[in-house]
Design a protein. Structure first.
Length: 434
């Protein structure tokens, strides 16, 4: 006759004592579950069961009492019995679960993100790669960095993005959304997760408003040039503004310029893809934005301005050294601050970057130049890989020489009275020969 097992209660478990003879004591609860009492005073839950594979008896340790209460121990017993019913050894299943847990802890979002960033950084400039990692450290890792990637759902990935959005930092939010998508794609490709939950982040943050850099209508070129000529600030700042208008390069391309880049003999400025770092100067390695050398043919007027600049800064390695130190360039806001002193609102009227808009508009309106030549001189990246290979090799350099001289002569023609690009005729005697 089978022995009847009286179910345990918490009071019984609390009051249970080990055998005075120094042997272990067992209090059964049924279904193989029992409370083991040792002479040391410890109490722990165990479950006796038969292994499905070889039909031999085995023991599953559930946990210590009272940390694991009677109700919890019974729940664990039922889970084990459910596994046994499917022919699964609960002890082996626990070991597999522990291995998976340890693997998951080693595959946190931060760990995978750093691995992804290390691979991606090889294709990026050091400055940009460093900024990307810093942004992830500041915005993503505190929120989801410790979470295993296989636990992250779309709603989890949205949390840091929403916090960034609340700070009204839409550019950073967009960059971090792209980073999250890349990290989770890396996790898919390495077998850590089956699908990418970041793909459903599309539309999760409000699209950022396009910021248009202010530029003056071409009809106001006489006014602009007269104000530049009459500028009462430092001579080097006035010449820098004139050169930026003549060459319409980007701000960092101008302010970090070095004299060895200027070839006076061939009237050519070669902006490298990367510059030598200046000690203590952030982002000083920046060269041409598209990370390939950018050629700027110099008009007669641009060469004349550079010769005047050389009189002022020729003793420095930098074309535009700052006032406080010849080892540091003029500040990022120098051109815009000069325009403000001239009476312009650099956020509404015109800014240094707006010179690019004005030059591009004039070149296109003239109808004289190929679109590819204009785009190449503007240093816009060609998205078609076949066309990129062609334009990078050909450069359209001869046409661009004509174009840059036309623009300088067009500016001269607009010193007193406005002349439209369409109506302006370029004097051919000013063309610079290679």
């Amino acid at each position: 006759m089978a022995r009847t097992v009286v179910s345990l209660t918490d009071p019984k478990c609390d009051a249970a004592k080990y055998n005075p003879d120094g042997k272990n004591n067992k209090l059964a609860d049924g279904g193989g579950l029992f409370l083991l009492l040792k002479p040391t005073g410890s109490k722990s839950w165990r479950m006796k069961y038969t292994r499905p594979a070889d039909k031999k008896e085995d023991m599953l340790v559930i946990g210590d009492y009272p940390a694991v209460k009677l109700k919890q121990a019974r729940q664990q017993r039922e889970k084990a019995r459910a596994l046994l019913a499917e022919g699964i050894d609960p002890k082996m299943q626990r070991r597999e679960d522990e291995v998976l847990k340890q693997q998951a802890m080693g595959n946190t979002f931060e760990a995978v993100a750093r691995e992804w960033h290390h691979i991606k950084a090889a294709k990026l400039s050091p400055d940009y790669a460093s900024r990307m990692l810093k942004r992830m450290e500041d915005n993503l890792f505190p929120e989801i960095g410790r979470r295993p990637v296989n636990e992250l759902k779309t709603r989890d990935l949205m949390l840091p993005l929403k916090k960034i959005e609340q700070r009204e930092a839409p550019v950073i939010a967009e960059r971090m959304k792209q980073a999250i998508t890349g990290v989770m794609r890396h996790a898919v490709q390495n077998g850590l997760i089956d699908s990418n939950p970041a793909l459903d982040l599309v539309g999760s943050i409000a699209p950022r408003e396009t910021v248009h850099r202010p530029a003056l209508p071409l009809a106001r070129l006489p006014e602009l040039q007269q104000r530049i000529d009459a500028y009462s600030g430092t001579r080097l700042t006035r010449l820098a503004t004139q050169l930026m208008l003549l060459t319409f390069v980007r701000s960092s391309e101008l302010r970090f310029a070095r004299w060895p880049e200027i070839d006076f003999k061939h009237s050519l400025w070669t902006i490298p893809s990367k510059r030598e770092a200046l000690e203590g100067v952030k982002f000083s390695t920046r060269g041409a934005k598209m990370r390939s050398p950018h050629l700027v043919p110099l008009s007669l007027q641009a060469v004349a301005v550079l010769e005047r600049i050389k009189e002022l800064s020729g003793q420095s390695h930098l074309v535009f050294p700052g006032e406080s130190s010849s080892g540091s360039p003029i500040s990022e806001g120098t051109i815009n601050q000069a325009l403000q002193r001239m009476g312009y609102d650099s956020k509404a009227d015109v800014c240094g970057h707006g010179f690019r808009t004005m030059a591009c508009g004039a070149l296109v309106q003239s109808g004289l130049w190929q679109e590819d030549a204009v785009e190449r001189q503007m240093s816009h990246q060609e998205r078609n890989s076949v066309r990129l290979a062609y334009t990078h090799a050909a450069e359209f350099i001869q046409e661009r020489r004509l174009m840059m001289q036309w623009w300088a002569d067009f500016l001269d023609a607009n010193r007193k009275h406005a002349v439209s690009p369409y109506d302006y005729d370029c004097p051919t005697e000013n063309i610079v020969k290679l």
